[in-house]
Design a protein around this ligand. Structure first.
Ligand SMILES: Nc1ncnc2c1ncn2[C@@H]1O[C@H](COP(=O)(O)OP(=O)(O)OP(=O)(O)O)[C@@H](O)[C@H]1O
Ligand SMILES: [Mg+2]
Length: 218
């Protein structure tokens, strides 16, 4: 499966989720950093230098035309490919969505983040003209542990035609930020954060078990 983790809004946790998914999935996954900023490439370099297994290969491919050219060939070599896209509308984001089975759209439970999803909704509609089988799932990232904001943000998401809510929030936790900063998933971090582990497990299961999410159409 090819998954783009994308949102035209910056700082929504895309790289953290892309890294966590790729490491959590284990072997035969390729991570592609399509953001010139290179966050994911740096994180995976930290991991590679530590010698931690599984080794997760990471390629930096930032041009749309290069993604269109290379991803179909890389698909033959890897069971899954996770593409981390930069936080803006770019040729790389469009190309990544064009070659993907799924675009996963992390958003924070804040009004500005929910309003910004209108750009992603429009972009998904556009990409579906040439990639009609693209699935588009929005998920809460940096979710709150208390209060109503998560629920309010999910309700507001209903306004968008293309984006379906994936009920697998990743909460705002120091353990998530710390793990990714060390080139780890929360599965590998010590001391263990059981709540963070459970959230990532649920996300992995939902994303990589297509039957669960493919039924969710609007
Ligand atoms: N679940 C989380 N809990 C705590 N901190 C988080 C979580 N997810 C992301 N962060 C922090 O939020 C910041 C932005 O995260 P990240 O770089 O993953 O976002 P991004 O969407 O990839 O950003 P950009 O648009 O710049 O590429 C980082 O400091 C990261 O450590
Ligand atoms: Mg990023």
């Amino acid at each position: 499966m090819i998954i783009t983790v994308g949102n035209t809004k910056g700082g929504t946790g895309k790289s953290s989720i892309a890294v966590s998914l790729a490491i959590g999935r284990g072997g035969k996954v390729l991570l592609i950093d399509s953001d010139r900023q290179g966050t994911t490439e740096t994180v995976m370099l930290v991991r590679a230098q530590s010698g931690r297994l599984p080794f997760v290969p990471c390629e930096k491919i930032c041009e749309g035309k290069d993604l269109r050219k290379h991803v179909p060939a890389l698909k033959q070599q890897f069971a899954d490919i996770v593409i981390d896209a930069g936080g803006r509308d770019s040729s790389a984001l469009r190309a990544a969505m064009g070659v993907s089975d799924l675009v996963l759209v992390p958003f924070a439970p804040r009004s500005l983040d929910v309003w910004a999803l209108s750009d992603m909704d429009a972009l998904v509609a556009e990409v579906r003209l040439y990639n009609p089988s693209l699935r588009a799932l929005a998920m809460l990232s940096c979710a709150d542990s208390t209060g109503h904001d998560n629920r309010d943000a999910v309700e507001a998401l209903q306004a968008y035609q293309q984006l379906v809510y994936l009920p697998c929030p990743i909460s705002r936790r120091k353990s998530v930020a710390n793990a990714v900063g060390l080139g780890l998933s929360v599965f590998e971090l010590k001391p263990k954060d059981d709540k963070a582990i459970a959230e990532l497990q649920k996300l992995l299961h939902s994303v990589f078990t297509p039957d669960l999410t493919q039924k969710e159409t609007k």
